[in-house]
Design a protein around this ligand. Structure first.
Ligand SMILES: NC(=O)c1ccc[n+]([C@@H]2O[C@H](COP(=O)([O-])OP(=O)(O)OC[C@H]3O[C@@H](n4cnc5c(N)ncnc54)[C@H](OP(=O)(O)O)[C@@H]3O)[C@@H](O)[C@H]2O)c1
Length: 285
């Protein structure tokens, strides 16, 4: 049995499908099973992971856990991890971030700090572990969807910022291989998982334009306005500012090099952003 946190999310939904295809038994956690729309073959279970009570039955009988900070945040992740140890779970795959570099730089920004803290807890848990350190997610582009649909314009502080957008299905495929770990090769590995090419914000927007068959313009806005637009309950304004400034620093050089982890772990190349844009064209139309 494999327990998937954040099972209705970008990675989780893809991961549940992939694990079922591979013949695994899956327990999919969601706050609302009636709206989850997950395959009937999965055991879909109600769980609000910010509530520490009642975690034991969620993890009982499981061999592996996919832990996603998006499902309740950093604190909940550590509590769930602790419950997994008590329940006898053997292996954890943590959805981490390329921002974690195992250097003092990990203490200098919100994203790295948060993921590094949970990585430390995982290392200390005694479980077998694998980290999936994803680069910028292709799904971040969904944040432009309403604006593209309504105005045909994307407003961004750094149109020339260079990222390596990674498809959620590639993150899920790497996580699935590590969760099943049929070769024993994935314990203790921190995989930096990126897309196959460096693309600027403007280039990503152009790909979306091609996918929907119309021109989409990029309009430059201030860093402050951009931080305001992405701040929210899980991303305080100060952290949003840090993030926008960090994107600014990637205008002159890519944030991260392209990695071959998807191919090494899954045996097939990472999916290009153009494919992601075609698959999500309806979100932007
Ligand atoms: N965006 C990036 O560029 C990036 C890069 C590197 C790493 N990351 C990491 O990836 C994470 C995002 O992964 P994702 O895109 O797959 O997430 P996502 O699509 O936002 O999915 C998160 C899921 O968590 C569930 N959830 C939310 N609150 C919960 C709670 N209190 N208890 C239980 N479940 C809860 C929700 O499902 P229900 O509504 O069904 O409960 C939701 O579908 C980030 O948080 C970050 O840690 C992101």
């Amino acid at each position: 049995m494999i327990v998937v946190t954040g099972a209705t999310g970008n990675i989780g939904r893809s991961l549940v499908g992939r694990l079922l295809q591979d013949g695994a038994q899956v327990r999919a956690l969601t706050r609302d099973p009636s709206r989850a729309g997950l395959p009937a073959e999965a055991e879909t279970v109600r769980a609000d992971l910010t509530d520490a009570s009642g975690l034991a039955p969620l993890l009982g009988g499981a061999e592996a856990l996919f832990l996603n900070l998006a499902a309740g945040g950093e604190r909940s992740a550590v509590v769930v991890l602790d419950a997994a140890v008590k329940a006898g779970v053997r292996r954890v795959v943590l959805n981490s971030s390329v921002a974690v570099t195992d250097s003092p730089a990990d203490e200098t920004n919100f994203i790295a700090r948060m993921h590094a803290a949970v990585e430390r807890a995982v290392r200390a848990s005694g479980l077998e572990w694998t980290f999936v350190r994803g680069s910028n997610y292709a799904t971040n582009a969904l944040g432009w969807a309403a604006s593209i649909r309504e105005t045909g314009v994307v407003r961004d502080a750094h149109p020339g910022a260079q990222g390596v957008p990674v498809h959620e299905a590639d993150l899920a495929d790497v996580a699935a291989v590590a969760l099943l770990d049929r070769t024993g090769a994935h314990a203790g590995q921190a995989y930096v998982v990126t897309g196959p090419e460096v693309l600027t914000v403007a280039e990503q927007v152009a790909e979306i334009g091609r996918a929907v068959g119309r021109e989409v313009r990029v309009e430059r806005i201030s860093e402050d306005a951009a931080a305001e637009a992405i701040a929210g309950p899980h991303l305080p304004k100060a952290a949003a500012r840090e993030l926008i400034a960090m994107f600014g620093s990637t205008v002159d050089r890519p944030a991260w090099p392209v990695s071959d982890a998807v191919e090494r772990v899954t045996g097939r190349p990472a999916r290009p952003f153009a494919q992601w844009a075609r698959e999500h064209a309806a979100d932007f139309s």
